[in-house]
Each structure stands twice: as C-alpha cells, then as structure tokens.
Design a protein around this ligand. Sequence first.
Ligand code: PSV
Ligand code: MN
Length: 434
Amino acid sequence: MTSTKTQTIDQQIISDSNAEKIAALESDYQALGEKLARNDCDIEQLTARASEFAVALPSWGLGTGGTRFARFPGLGEPRNIYEKVADCAVVQQLGRATPSVSLHIPWDTPSDPSELLQYTQALGLSFDAMNSNTFQDQQGQPHSYKYGSMAHSQSAMREQAVAHNIEVIELGKKLGSKALTVWVGDGSNFPGQQHFSKAFGRYLDCAKDIYTALPDDWSMLLEHKIFEPAFYSTVIQDWGSSYLAAKETGERCKCLVDLGHHAPNVNIEMIVSRLAQFGKLGGFHFNDSKYGDDDLDSGSINPYQLFLVFNELVDIKNNAPEFAPFYMLDQSHNVTDPIESLIYSAAEVQRSYVKALLVNRQSLSGYQDGNDAMMAQATLKSAYNLDVEPILQMARLRSGGGVDPIATYRQSGYRAACAEQRPVDAGRSGSGIV
Ligand code: PSV
Ligand code: MN
C-alpha cells in the first residue's frame, strides 16, 4: 500500500464534544417533538428516516478544487485514493450521512482493487457508482478526445471510449459497485462544426455497446449538461436527450440529474418528476449553483429548490416503494476545507429530505384538486420553514456522529495532523483543473 495511514478521529473527542451539547439538544428535541405531535407527526419516525438517509461522497471532492484560472491548495490534501478514502471516513464518522464513495476513473484507479476494497470496508465505507472519464486525455492513450469520445466522428476514438467504460465496469465489479455514470464532454464550439443527429447516433451506438457489458444488477446512468467544455452544442445537453438516449439504450439505463447542469431558471424539480414518471430517473449529483455549473456546496444558494426536488422524490417513493435512485454529491471546494464542505452539504441534502417528509400530502392533494394555489404553496412552505436541526443532530448523536460536526472536526486537529503526514507535493499545486 502506497498510503500513509491517516487515522480517523478518536471517538472520545466526539463524545466529549457532544457531551457539552446534549442537554440543549434534548430540550430542543423535546420541544420539536411536541410541536410535531400536534400535527400527528412522530419525531422518532422522522429521526429514524433521517438516520437511514445516505448520499455518496465524490472521490474527486476531497482535494481542494479550482477554476481554470487557479487552484489554491489547502493543507494536508489527500495525495492518493487511500488518503481520499480516509478523509471520506472522517466525513462519515462525524456526519453519518455518507457511507459510500463514488470513484472517478482513471483519476482514482487503484493498483490493487481488493486491497482498496478491504481498506475501505475496514473504515466502514463501500463504493457507490463508478464514473468514467472520456473528457480528458490520459498519458499514453493512443487516441485523443479533443473532438469528442462516444460521439467522435472517427471510430477509433469511439472504440477507445467504449473500452474505457467497460474497464470501469470491470473494476467496479471488483469493488462492489452497482452503477456506471457516464458523462461526456462531447459537443461543438461552432455552428456547423458537428452534425447534430449523426453525433447523437454515434453516442447511442456506443452507449448500447457499453450496456452489453453491464451486469444484470447494475444501472447505467447518463448525465446531461447544457454546456462546457463544448460551448456551442453538447451532445447530451438536457434531460430530453438524456431520456431519449436512456430509452434507446436499455431498461437499466437511466438519467442522472446533476443540479448544476441546467440553464438558469429551469424547473429542476419538474424534470425530476417527468423522468421518474416514465421510469428513467436513475440518480443525482447534488451541488448548488448561482450562474452555471458552479459546483457550489449543496443548499448554499437555493435550499428551497433542493427541498422542492426532495418533495418530488418523497412523493415518487410513496407511490413506488421500489424507487431507489443513486444519490451522490458532486462539488468543487475551492475556498473551504473539503471535509467541512462535504459534512455540511450532506447534512443540507438530508435536511431537505426530512423537511420533504413533513409535507402534508393529503392536504396538498386536496388544495391541488381544489385549485387553492395559496394553501398549496403554504403547505409546502410550512414544511420547509420548520427547523428540523434537532432531528439531524439527534440522528448523528445516536449513531456516534457529531452533534455539531464542524465544530468537533475543528477541535479534533485532523487537518493539522494530515498536514504533517501529507507533505505538499510541489507538482500538484499549479493545476486549475477541477
Ligand atoms: C461534469 O461537469 C461533472 O458534473 C461530471 O459529473 C464529472 O464526472 C464531474 O463533473 C467531475 O468533473
Ligand atoms: Mn456531475
């Protein structure tokens, strides 16, 4: 193993930190429980649902991110997949909502998959969806993706892209993953550069080839994105193209919604509903955005939108218990400690879920049928406006996490210990690539 074994946080530090907060939490929890009970809502059931909630961590989100202008590295950044997994274990230890890791290949290809699996499981984590990468050239790769991958005009590049995706599936099988996420940067920068339907047709052929290698119990998730790196047209630019591609490709091929991949003002919660209604909603990359694909922390800009997405998800699940999309964070932490951002963001996603559980669906349905717009929106708002923090805190406390996980993380000195154990590698600091 090429790693320095970073320890997770001493559980005693977490217990001591929690001890100072338990009295206040119990009092808040009781008050909230009484308030909820007046509406026939059992706080214990909500806490149990919050405890079950899980969103996967992105292996690429543990190092400091950057823009195409610069990257300002933080101290003690993970230098390899083992150190990334160790940091993920700390996120999970304190936040208790992130028991799995979504790997990006080849960024995080392990030299010994079974050793990585053992290491990860020993830390109490598992692997979620695998992400392929045909949007960058890798060293020694015979063909360039400069003009695309699965939609490339030349077959050699397409074959290389298909082969890579199949390798990612093979690796994922060894790691216990159950899904492949495919995002391609294919598109064009100039009108006329690319024949739209021919490019889409080539993408579909490749998607079908990849699908033939998909194990029976796996899902293939197609991720759309409106623009970037292609700035005029993108082959899988929206949920419509994604839906068509998933439908053509096969039953277990579904759409993945990255919250940052839409035009401003697009109604994402409605996209969620549409895809689910036709059995094609497969997963999420949660993040937030102000302008474009900003990869900001989930819930940091538009928490109401996140709640509205979960309002749909809870409604869908109520009507289809087998509905189980893959949940992942996909964020770039440029100015914060990634561990802090991931703990906080996962809690924001979990918070939206818990608030969505509070929506009185019978009343909402009555207001919808009666065309009472005022009371329909007020029904959503009354759930959204309730402060469910005591539920999240109690869920963490009961499972050994931190009542105030960021404060406890800071007290633990974990980052300072990493800074000592992981000296800065000069070669890594200049890149502006996210
Ligand atoms: C593309 O912007 C994306 O959202 C895809 O999910 C990539 O895999 C990820 O970001 C990392 O660059
Ligand atoms: Mn994404």
